[in-house]
Design a protein around this ligand. Sequence first.
Ligand SMILES: Nc1nc2c(ncn2[C@@H]2O[C@H](COP(=O)(O)OP(=O)(O)OP(=O)(O)O)[C@@H](O)[C@H]2O)c(=O)[nH]1
Ligand SMILES: [Mg+2]
Length: 318
Amino acid sequence: MKDWLTVQTGIRNGDKRAVARGLTWVEQGTDNGKRLVKSLFGSAGRAHVIGVTGAPGVGKSTLVNALALHLRQKGRYVGILAVDPSSPFSGGAILGDRIRMQDSVMDPGVFMRSLASRGHLGGLSRATFGAVTVLDAAGFDTILIETVGAGQSEVEIMQLAHTTVVVLAPGLGDDIQAIKAGILEIGQVFVVNKADRDGADHTVRSIRGMLTLATEHPDWMPPILKTVAERGEGVAALRETIDGHRQHLETSGIWHQFRRTQSEHVVGQVLEDWLLRHLNEARGWPQWPGWLAAIAEGRLDPERVAESVWHGAPYEED
Ligand SMILES: Nc1nc2c(ncn2[C@@H]2O[C@H](COP(=O)(O)OP(=O)(O)OP(=O)(O)O)[C@@H](O)[C@H]2O)c(=O)[nH]1
Ligand SMILES: [Mg+2]
């Protein structure tokens, strides 16, 4: 399956092999990948995209797996993206996720994929956007995106989600972690997982305290739920809460504005990617070191160099 039209047709028919091929193209940022996302964008926009984020090890993968199994029992088609920003050193972690998620992998109504940054600058959230488009067009009606809630790119990835679930676990300093990562603001649903451990109620209380203090939620006060993902406890309630949030988005009209807001965001990202690529290319130009020296010595205007980078071609000497 090499030709992109065959892959596109396969994706529209929900063929998993075509979906896998399409996601590889999208992940690698190839021309075929871009063509595919462009052509499928019109058929996407139906799926409920749910971000699941939180500090390392809080149980995101276990929870996503339990949620996916529960959604399948409700007859839903579930796409799962595990976005790993820490590549290339995380092969083990991805493998661990695969193993933990293998219950879902055996089910034809579930498609799971890890996306790694593979050393590309930027691009990761763009690849995630493309992957969501592919899964959405393939008929997966619920898409779960797992990412570690640490840096800017993860916050950007969460902007692709209609509903962001922030996962925490009881234990020393978890409340501080949440503030540090700036993820309090992005969550519409909070989950205290590992509720089988001591301190879960304390964590719930501290999240509630911080939410009341830090954010205004005129329409939607984020619920805080407790789960034991390993045993599937609290997962049904979580699913109901997430569905409730979708309903809130629809009745408030936000659901319909979402694509528009997202489009603007995506255009900005494409531009950022271009600029980064131009800058990296320019760094390889033979003139580059000389220019930097000339700027440092005051013989050359930095704006002149920036213009060259912008146009993707070295400036001509007068
Ligand atoms: N006690 C307890 N352990 C859990 C629960 N859920 C998950 N775990 C365990 O917590 C560990 C981490 O779980 P993961 O699901 O890999 O956590 P994660 O947040 O996806 O981790 P990263 O992707 O590495 O950030 C595993 O050993 C799980 O078995 C739970 O509800 N209770
Ligand atoms: Mg994980």
